[in-house]
Design a binder for this molecule. Structure first.
Ligand code: AP5
Length: 219
């Protein structure tokens, strides 16, 4: 399956993607994680991305599309993938269609996670990420680690993302509404969108998402 996960910052895309990718046996491809890996390795791409991410703005398309394409064309993604954070504007959505079309492929579905803005703000304020594995995501209240500052799964150090400050989150939400939301209509016109509520326990949201994707693939 080739699926796009869409939703505002803090909706739980990364959290859900870890479970969905495992259930569906496809790789989780997060452009945010790819940028953060480049930043921690000090690559030129990471240096370029960091200035935009710090400001809560989108990294330019010419950098992002090439990076996403390279990752999608790796061997483990030949049978499908779960895209998280890409595409994030109409130009990226059109580029993705062209990349898939060139390989005789198409998207199977777009899963839209709906969460009220006040919940998103609470989720981001308490988020803690693992330095060793970006798929290990915690929350100081909703999903606290057993030992403060330490990842339950691998013992990695937990940290707060640089772009999770209040001002940057406000900017990221603004960018989501102006740049990313229009792709939902773009995909609705192709009959690909399934919208679910991302409220409730993590496991409940995963069940809802799996059921929605099964309905979508059967239709
Ligand atoms: P990116 O890393 O993609 O961030 P985002 O889209 O803003 O999403 P987040 O990672 O903040 O949230 P999430 O939805 O994954 O939530 P999570 O699962 O962590 O992008 C960062 C930046 O990179 C962008 O601003 C941009 O600069 C750049 N970038 C990335 N892609 C780009 C692109 N395509 N083009 C250009 N620029 C790009 O959950 C949040 C918290 O909530 C966690 O603490 C979690 O434990 C908790 N939580 C999750 N689910 C639940 C639940 N059901 N109940 C209670 N708590 C929950």
């Amino acid at each position: 399956m080739r699926i796009v996960l869409v939703g505002p910052p803090g909706a739980g895309k990364g959290t859900q993607a870890a479970y969905l990718a495992k259930n569906l046996a496809i790789p989780h491809i997060s452009t945010g994680d790819l940028f953060r890996a480049n930043i921690s390795q000090g690559t030129p791409l990471g240096q370029k991305a960091q200035e935009y991410m710090r400001a809560g703005q989108l990294v330019p398309d010419e950098v992002t599309i090439g990076m996403a394409k390279d990752r999608m064309q790796q061997e483990d993604a030949a049978g499908g993938f779960l895209l998280d954070g890409f595409p994030r504007n109409l130009a990226q959505a059109e580029a993705l269609d062209a990349i898939l079309k060139a390989d005789g492929q198409r998207l199977d579905g777009v899963l839209d996670l709906e969460v009220p803005e006040d919940e998103v703000v609470k989720r981001i304020a308490g988020r803690r990420m693992c330095r060793k594995d970006s798929g290990h995501i915690f929350h100081v209240i909703y999903n606290p680690p057993k030992t403060e500052g330490v990842c339950d799964a691998c013992g990695g150090e937990l940290y707060q993302r640089e772009d999770d400050s209040e001002d940057t989150v406000r900017k990221r939400l603004e960018v989501y509404h102006s740049e990313t939301e229009p792709i939902i209509d773009y995909y609705k016109a192709q009959g690909l969108v399934v919208t679910i509520s991302a409220l409730g326990k993590v496991g409940e949201v995963t069940e809802r998402a799996m059921a929605a994707l099964e309905r979508e693939s059967a239709s």
